[in-house]
Ligand binder design. Structure first.
Ligand SMILES: [Zn+2]
Length: 407
């Protein structure tokens, strides 16, 4: 199927290499005979490619024998995690988080700069400084890093490495990858992507065991903004994330609340963390949220942890605000599930640290789903992880290394 001939043979070789490498990455341990079946390639083609990858240190043979393989005893294949290191950086206005991983995506070290930076140049300098700090702490040099991933909220042109727009901070048309290179003098590949799309890529690369029965999945990420990219879950296509998934700017109420993008009535203006925090901050100031006020006496600003604690302690205003945010979100999710009807939806967000909130969201989704699809999508909450953005950024660097491996 993927075998091409004649003048296309060089391209065919690269295409075959990429497909084989991704299949090994996502299905390891995998037998050569399985690869042959999955790719419709001949065994000699598979063997030649795999031998090149073993010599290059990308792939290793595992201890398990391939049963029924002809000739000498061959072993099943896996990715060689010692191939190299990758750096992932999530750059948000509120904070920057960075990590170094091995080829398997296992994290060696992470660092965070939690100082808010409204200015793009300052935030980028902070990201570059985290990268240098990590290299030092792990004892690596830039040449040990096989690739860097940079992820940000908002719209990113991944092909060009440009941050098109980050509405909350008004960062527009920034040459993200080029700017990062000039600050760090890093010579390897630097890739950029939206920070939720990259989380979805990380799920596809690192959570494959959990997603093996899902032909498609969606990744709902709720923070200040809300996004939900759809993923076609096959290693055989390179652009598996469909669209931008920017559901946070789906208009829920005409002439509704003002959103950070300038429009009115967007979902994130009701259900995003920033909207919830703004409403609770106002209520604390006006004496409408006494439990929250008493819990946070002397604090300059509120966090989502404060909100969840006040909800748990029975603050009526905070509870109502959170319920309203979750109801609006649940309706939006039901609508997009009716449209996309993916097999699985992974859900990440600070709000879902509380069981009560997870239940309210899923109940609202089920209540508003078109009945035909009622049981098709499985909704799964992921544990809240402050490093998921940096891990997603490392995932896009790893995926780039796989997809651009020419052999
Ligand atoms: Zn908006």
């Amino acid at each position: 199927m993927l075998q091409l001939t004649g003048s296309n043979s060089a391209r065919a070789k690269t295409t075959n290499h990429t497909a084989i490498l991704r299949l090994i990455y996502q299905n390891a341990p995998v037998k050569r005979s399985d690869l042959r079946q999955m790719l419709d390639l001949t065994l000699p083609t598979i063997t030649t490619s795999v031998n090149v990858m073993i010599r290059a240190g990308l792939v290793r043979e595992t201890d398990a024998d391939e049963t029924g393989a002809p000739g000498r005893k061959a072993h099943a294949l896996a990715i060689d995690e010692r191939y190299g290191f990758f750096c992932g950086i999530e750059m948000r206005g509120a904070k920057r988080t960075a990590c170094i991983t091995d080829f398997r995506g296992r994290m060696l070290r992470s660092v965070t700069d939690a100082h808010p930076c409204a200015d793009y140049d300052k935030a980028l300098r902070s990201a570059a400084s985290l990268y240098r700090k990590l290299l030092k702490r792990v004892g690596l040099s830039a040449s040990d890093i096989k690739g860097i991933g940079l992820v940000v909220p908002g719209l990113v042109d991944s092909e060009q490495g440009i941050l098109t727009t980050y509405p909350g901070y008004n960062w527009l048309d920034k040459a993200l990858c080029a700017d990062f290179r000039s600050l760090t003098s890093y010579r390897g590949p630097v890739r950029a992507m939206n920070n939720t799309a990259s989380r979805a890529i990380a799920a596809q690369l690192f959570l494959q065991e959990d997603l093996k029965d899902a032909d498609t999945f969606a990744y709902l990420f709720v923070a200040d903004g809300i996004a939900c990219p759809l993923v076609i879950n096959t290693p055989l296509i390179s652009k598996s994330v469909v669209g931008n998934g920017e559901i946070g700017h789906m208009v829920m109420r005409e002439k509704g609340a003002l959103c950070s993008c300038g429009n009115r009535g967007c979902l994130e203006a009701y259900s995003g963390d920033r909207a919830i925090l703004a409403a609770c901050t106002e209520a604390r100031k006006n004496g409408k949220a006494p439990v929250l006020a008493s819990n946070t006496k002397g604090c300059d600003y509120l966090t989502m942890e404060d909100v969840l604690r006040a909800q748990s302690d029975g603050d009526a205003f905070v509870s109502e605000e959170v319920q309203s945010a979750l109801t609006t979100l649940g309706i939006a999710i039901a609508n997009i599930t009716n449209y996309g009807s993916t097999d699985t939806m992974l859900i990440e967000g600070k709000l879902f640290d509380r069981e009560e909130n997870r239940k309210l969201l899923t109940d609202t989704i089920q209540k508003n789903l078109y009945s035909m699809y009622h049981s098709k999508t499985t909704f799964r909450f992921l544990p809240a992880d402050p490093l998921s953005g940096a891990r997603g950024a490392a995932a896009i660097a790893i995926l780039n290394a796989i997809e651009h491996y020419a052999g």
